[in-house]
Design a protein around this ligand. Structure first.
Ligand code: ZN
Ligand code: ZN
Length: 169
């Protein structure tokens, strides 16, 4: 299959431990629809890495109507709420085209939402601790910092930052 933007052959690559087709030129990605949700939820990177990736990738949301790389039919524009970009989907083939950054942005949004909720809950908990309890908590978190999923690590890292800054009121 060829890139709907550059017309160059797509290559098989691994993204978030899933096989997808990518254009090595524009870095856009073609995904079967059923994999989109899986990838969105399967963040195998630190949030900071994800942010770096987004910063380091050119932002060009393709506005022109694209042709499906599989059946050549016109793809449908799908507005992504809160992000101001559009995805291109071929419904009969169940394929979606992501311009560079778009998939990473979706992943970041998915990861950030629960992290923010978790942090708000943590802030409440910290408020109710005594100084001694907070110091003990900080010691325990420092030991655990690099363990667990990227999500857990991110929340612990952010909690430590909170504790050390003393600003949780
Ligand atoms: Zn391309
Ligand atoms: Zn198609």
């Amino acid at each position: 299959m060829k890139c709907p933007v550059c017309d160059l052959r797509l290559s098989r690559v691994t993204y978030a431990r899933t096989n997808v087709q990518q254009c090595t030129d524009c870095l856009g990605l073609l995904l079967p629809n059923h994999r989109v949700k899986t990838i969105e939820r399967r963040v195998d990177k630190e949030l900071e890495q994800l942010r770096e990736e987004i910063r380091g990738t050119p932002n060009h949301d393709t506005l022109a109507v694209l042709r499906c790389p599989q059946c050549q039919a016109r793809m449908t524009k799908i507005e992504v709420k809160d992000f101001g970009f559009q995805l291109d989907e071929c419904d009969p083939c169940q394929l979606t085209w992501f311009d560079p950054r778009e998939l990473a942005l979706l992943q970041l949004a998915f990861e950030s939402r629960p992290q923010r909720l978790e942090l708000n809950a943590m802030r409440e908990r910290l408020k109710n601790m005594t100084a001694t309890e907070r110091a003990e908590y900080e010691r325990r978190l420092s030991k655990l910092k690099d363990r667990g999923s990227p999500f857990q690590q991110a929340v612990r890292g952010a909690t430590l930052d909170l504790l050390r800054s003393g600003i949780f009121f």
